[in-house]
Design a protein around this ligand. Structure first.
Ligand SMILES: NC(=O)c1ccc[n+]([C@@H]2O[C@H](COP(=O)([O-])OP(=O)(O)OC[C@H]3O[C@@H](n4cnc5c(N)ncnc54)[C@H](OP(=O)(O)O)[C@@H]3O)[C@@H](O)[C@H]2O)c1
Length: 341
């Protein structure tokens, strides 16, 4: 593979607040050659996800940071282009975690073979992959929706939020979405069938949300934090469940956070209204993945779950697209078409 070049995007600098293009650098190096027991992957599609913002910081989290100069981490759909591994043949398509680059070596660990005849392979990065599973596990295991209850979720046109609302409806609950902008609002209401949708960029979010949740909120699937949480909190019913999945409004904030400390007030409400507030990382529910694949494939097949992808072209476009996602500029599961394969 001497003549094949690997293009990769590395972390050039740790962001100060919101990431900027100069925090990334594109490099070109010779593509690696597989040794005995290894395969060479050509990346077809790269997934861009909010968690990558956390990996850009040095701070300790639930996963190790990307080193400065290291290849940005990320889930991919890739094609086996050379194999010295008995379990993989050239031409096979796999789900991998090979990062922001065009080629990568693998010893097969953690790869999942994908069947293009079963579903578009890109869905393994979205509705039938980690984000869809996050919605499924967080909503069903922590939220435990019951018929007639009200479920609220923000980032509702994205891969996690869109699945949360649609699964809530399948379970007989009322789904209320929060989105940024009129296009997303129309999509979530008209195409995904949420019962109500509000725009967090329009004036009076608390008033709008109150109008959309006349019987209060039984489950708030927390994706964003910030001003959305402030609008949700007074509407939470006794025994509300709050799966804390993400806080994207805060990912680029170093703190201390502005405004008065509202923690004592919040804890009083947690106590007196018997809230269940539980953070989670999706892999904690790994034992539920087989049920997820079965249920979600069925719901997609019978049209009860729909999804939208937002595909940008070329690895070079990844930094700008990623920065845009943190500001709500993506519309659906954000993917980068890295190569045609
Ligand atoms: N715990 C886990 O294991 C786990 C796994 C996967 C994802 N997550 C989390 O789940 C959340 C959703 O992920 P996703 O992949 O589905 O992302 P996504 O919806 O594709 O993209 C993020 C969306 O967040 C919204 N947003 C950004 N800043 C906001 C703000 N200040 N206020 C309100 N909304 C804001 C934007 O949508 P609008 O334009 O509609 O506002 C943006 O499009 C993220 O917090 C992510 O970190 C957690």
């Amino acid at each position: 593979m001497d003549d094949v070049r690997n293009r990769r995007i590395v972390l050039a600098a740790r962001p100060q607040g919101r990431p900027v293009p100069s925090d990334f650098r594109i490099e070109e190096v010779p593509a690696p050659t597989p040794r005995e027991g290894e395969i060479l992957l050509q990346v077809l599609t790269l997934s861009l996800d909010p968690y990558m913002r956390g990996r850009m910081d040095a701070a300790k989290s639930y996963a190790a940071p990307v080193e400065v100069g290291g290849v940005m981490e990320g889930g991919t759909v890739a094609k086996v282009v050379a194999s010295r591994h008995p379990g993989f043949a050239p031409g096979e398509i796999v789900l991998s975690h090979s990062g922001w680059q065009t080629y990568a070596l693998s010893d097969g660990t953690g790869l999942r073979k994908l069947d293009p005849a079963q579903a578009p392979v890109s869905t393994a990065l979205g509705v039938l992959g980690m984000p869809g599973f996050t919605a499924y596990a967080g909503l069903l295991a922590i939220g435990r929706p019951k018929p007639g209850e009200t479920v609220v979720v923000a980032a509702a046109s994205g891969p996690v939020g869109s699945a949360v609302g649609q699964i809530a409806r399948i379970k007989g609950a009322r789904a209320v979405g929060i989105v940024g902008g009129a296009d997303k609002l129309a999509f979530v209401r008209d195409e995904l069938g949420f019962d109500a949708v509000v725009d967090h960029r329009a004036p009076d979010l608390p008033g709008q949300l109150h109008g959309a949740c006349p019987e209060g909120i039984d489950i708030y699937f927390e994706n964003v934090g910030g001003a959305v949480w402030d609008a949700v909190f007074p509407l939470l019913n006794t025994f509300a469940r709050i799966p804390v999945c993400g806080l994207i409004a805060q990912y680029s904030e170093a703190g201390p956070f502005p405004g008065p400390d509202r923690l004592p007030l919040m804890m009083r409400q947690v106590l007196t209204k018997s809230f269940t507030l539980r953070g989670f990382i999706q892999r904690e529910f790994a034992d539920q993945r087989p049920a997820f694949y079965r249920d979600m494939a069925g719901w997609i097949a019978d049209g009860r779950v729909r999804y939208r992808e937002d595909v940008v072209d070329g690895l070079e476009a990844a930094p700008q697209a990623f920065i845009g996602m943190l500001e709500g500029r993506n519309f659906g599961k954000l993917l980068v078409r890295v190569s045609a394969g």
